[in-house]
Design a protein. Structure first.
Ligand code: FES
Length: 130
C-alpha cells in the first residue's frame, strides 16, 4: 500500500490514517477518532490552543482563537472548507486561515498537520512552541 497524500509541510496535508511517520517538529495533538466528521476538536498543544478540524475527509489545524475577538473557533460550524465563528459569523478558510467575510479581517494561523496511525500531529512555529 502506498500513501502519497500525507506529506508533512502544509495545512491540510494529513488525510485519515496516514502511515508516514511525522518528523520531530510534529507533536501529537489528539486521537484521530476524537475528531468528528465535518466537525472540530479544540486541544492545547504546547500551551497553544489548536482547532483540529475534519472536513471532506481531510484534517486541518488552525489557531483556535478567532482573529476578531477571543473566542474558540473549534466551537463553530464547518461548511465546506471553512469554519464559521459562532459569535459574529465570519468564516475562515481551513487551508489558508483567511476570513471569507466580515467582521473578521485578519487571518488566523494555520499549522501543518499530519496523521500517523490513530493519531493527529501538528507542527507549531518556533515562537509559539514552549
Ligand atoms: S468573534 Fe469571531 S467573528 Fe467576531
Amino acid at each position: 500500500m502506498t500513501d502519497t497524500a500525507n506529506l508533512p509541510g502544509g495545512p491540510g496535508a494529513g488525510g485519515a490514517g496516514g502511515n508516514i511517520r511525522p518528523d520531530s517538529s510534529y507533536v501529537r495533538a489528539c486521537a484521530l477518532a476524537d475528531v468528528p466528521e465535518d466537525g472540530a476538536l479544540g486541544v492545547e498543544v504546547q500551551d497553544t490552543p489548536v482547532a483540529i478540524i475534519r472536513a471532506g475527509g481531510e484534517i486541518f489545524a488552525l489557531h483556535d482563537v478567532c482573529s476578531h475577538e477571543e473566542v474558540p473557533l473549534s466551537e463553530g460550524d464547518i461548511y465546506d472548507h471553512t469554519v464559521e465563528c459562532w459569535l459574529h459569523g465570519s468564516c475562515f478558510d481551513l487551508r489558508t486561515g483567511e476570513p471569507t467575510g466580515p467582521p473578521a479581517t485578519k487571518p488566523v494561523p494555520t499549522y501543518p498537520v499530519q496523521t500517523y496511525g490513530d493519531d493527529v500531529y501538528v507542527s507549531l512555529p518556533e515562537q509559539e512552541a514552549r
